[in-house]
Write a protein that binds this ligand. Sequence first.
Ligand code: TYD
Ligand code: MG
Length: 460
Amino acid sequence: MVKAKTAYVCSDCGAEYSKWQGQCASCGAWNTIKEFKIAPLVPGSDAASRRNQDRLGFAGTLTSKVQKLCDVSLEEHQRYTTTFSEFDRVLGGGIIPGAAMIIGGHPGAGKSTLLLQTVCRLSKSYNILYVTGEESLQQVAMRANRLGLDTSSLNVVSETSIENISSFIEETKPQILVIDSIQVMHLSYIQSAPGSVSQVRESAAMLTRIAKTRGIACFIVGHVTKDGTLAGPKVLEHCVDCSILLEGDSNSKFRTLRCQKNRFGAVNEIGVFAMTDRGMREVSNPSAIFLNRSENISSGSCVMVIWEGTRPLLIELQALADSTQNPNPRRLTVGTDSNRLNMLLAVLHRHAGIQMYDQDVFINVVGGVKVEETSADLPLLCALISSYRDRPIPRDTICFGEIGLSGEIRPVPSGQERIAEAAKHGFTRAIVPKDNAPHKTVPNMQIVPVTSISQIVDLI
Ligand code: TYD
Ligand code: MG
């Protein structure tokens, strides 16, 4: 009789231990170690031989060979288009055959809708297998019908067993595979519930191996945890080629598609979609929606130009400074880094003499966009000073720039393109770092070069 083995695995990083402990020694997270029963394998059984096959992989038969890098054929890197230009841009120009891509997002973000629309449009030109584990075939068909999609050549199957899916792949030989979602998939030789760390890890590893060896482009839908990271083991992100997040506020119809990891293109590229009653629609001019401002301007609002991947984006940033009796005033940011805000407040005090210790400070980036760029420093301080002094910044003004610890204003990359984008949207004044000011005059645009933070305070 073979005894069942117990394993303890960290649900964040996937580290394994022989006994339970409160903190994961490898990643330092608390209470993430979960217990798993590993199925006893009867030697000689179907599952045991399959497991041995999987474990050994191709070690027995030498299928790969050592060669010069320049001799490696490049032809399989012809990309397929997704038919959505926003989606293509995020992927770095289209789908690469043999790539495993994970698409994460909150429930209701529109992952299933986006993928269904993509594969229905592509099914005329490519052989596609859509595996649904979460929804029934009827639900998928009803959704496709309601969205008015052409379903005549799309292969669909409702299945949750990876072993069966690999048989279907043998049978249909798809070029593109969609797995919705990895959390419901399971392998028979791992005896733990679908969605558990070992199931997710092994299922994803198996799928990526199939994708790699057969040149199938594989989209894997994954759930995210409350803090927005992919649920399950971190190794999931290591074994796939692209990790894409579909983000969006549940009460806003706009969704942004963002690449966190991409082996075939730039990260930070964002694609903007709108969820409509006819499914996902791409938004080709995102600045226009994020800039939907009311007529009468008030203090504490500033338009900034951030650089997302390969294009500029105009976004409004709002700040509110409110006097408080609280000895520990509040510092709250939505869409920007709160540590950065604390740093900027210190710079503001030290180099411009404006103290905020008796003020609650709130920062909000409009439209649910997350800004990680340092070019948001200057707009943030402009909006904050504007709110504190109650001096509105004129509607036609944009700004961008990084602020250093000695109160100097530093240039940011792609200054010219940012100014050009603002001019395209009808802005007529740009407050920019001196080194970013163009040498030639820009038509219909007044450039205000600034070098220090005290200059900004005077300006506002
Ligand atoms: P879905 O793709 O099922 O989300 P996910 O797979 O990421 O969980 O999207 C479901 C949500 O999208 C649901 O809240 C309703 C909304 N929706 C629309 O607004 N319009 C549509 O045409 C469709 C299909 C869905
Ligand atoms: Mg879904």
